[in-house]
Ligand binder design. Structure first.
Ligand SMILES: [Fe+2]
Length: 277
């Protein structure tokens, strides 16, 4: 990634084709984890107007998540390294791109250094109450459900994929007893060939690969999972398809959960699910 700044406690980075000042902030902490993950949304509805829809439960969204979402852009940083929080901004200062805004070339030198993701893509977070989190994201923030995997009962969601764009997902959530956990953050690559090249670069640099290169059934994305030196899992991802808010969500049943997650192996890797930060 391209480093765009540094201060006493933090270092700022972005993908080579991103136009904001940064998409990733690193800071020292006693343990791995994520302070917050931000989204750009067209409007934020006041929580007092929140009403359940047919896609959500009748319970109000989690209060701490709701409060976090109403922080102004300048106050997004959480003080807790353990809290998996979401933050949203209506307006954010943009930054010059290395390619420029007039007659730009298709790529530049920065796009060829290392794995060189285009941009930050999505995150997967763990928590116990998927229904309330879905209600928050759908009814307050304007996301929509793209895909979901059902548990054995055929009714309860094991995991959901939500989008606030035409991407197959901007955030995913997996049901987990322990709240506030990060499974991974993902960086976007342009092609399956770039995913394979990323695996080569990880091996050259002895980066511990967790899974892949492979393909997901959910989203059809191609992927590698690996760990950074702090123990955070990250993903190099090439997106599968584009989605639209009026599309019927795709459902994966429990008997097909293996190919839903790893389409080639067709089975879950227990360590992949149980290791998170
Ligand atoms: Fe992912």
């Amino acid at each position: 990634m391209v480093q765009t700044g540094r201060d006493a406690t933090r270092a700022y980075f972005k993908g080579w084709d991103e136009r904001d000042h940064n998409s990733l902030i690193l800071r020292d902490a006693g343990e791995a984890g994520m302070d917050f993950f931000g989204f750009k949304v067209p409007t934020m509805r006041r929580s007092t107007r929140w009403k359940p829809t047919s896609r959500t439960t009748a319970s109000p969204p989690n209060a701490s998540l709701r409060a976090t979402c109403w922080r102004p852009a300048s106050g997004c940083a959480s003080r807790s390294p353990r809290a998996t929080r979401s933050s949203c901004t209506r307006r954010r200062r943009t930054s010059a791109t290395a390619l420029g805004y007039f007659n730009p070339p298709p790529w530049n030198a920065a796009s060829e250094v290392g794995i060189a993701p285009i941009r930050m893509d999505h995150a997967l977070i763990y928590g116990p109450d998927i229904e309330k989190v879905q209600a928050l994201f759908v009814d307050v923030l304007g996301f929509y459900l793209v895909e979901h995997i059902l548990l054995e009962d055929g009714v309860t969601d094991l995991a959901i994929w939500l989008s606030c764009s035409t991407k197959a997902h901007d955030i995913a959530l997996v049901r987990n007893e322990e709240p506030g956990k990060l499974h991974h953050t993902a960086f976007l690559l342009e092609s399956w060939e770039k995913v394979l090249r990323a695996a080569d670069i990880m091996s050259m640099n002895k980066v511990p690969i967790d899974m892949g290169p492979t393909r997901h059934g959910v989203t059809r994305g191609t992927t590698i999972y690996a760990f950074d030196p702090s123990g955070n899992r990250f993903e190099t991802f090439c997106g599968g398809y584009q989605s639209y808010p009026d599309w019927e969500p795709i459902t994966w049943t429990w008997d097909e959960v293996g190919p839903a997650v790893f389409y080639h192996d067709r089975q879950l890797n227990p360590a992949f699910l149980s290791v998170y930060t």
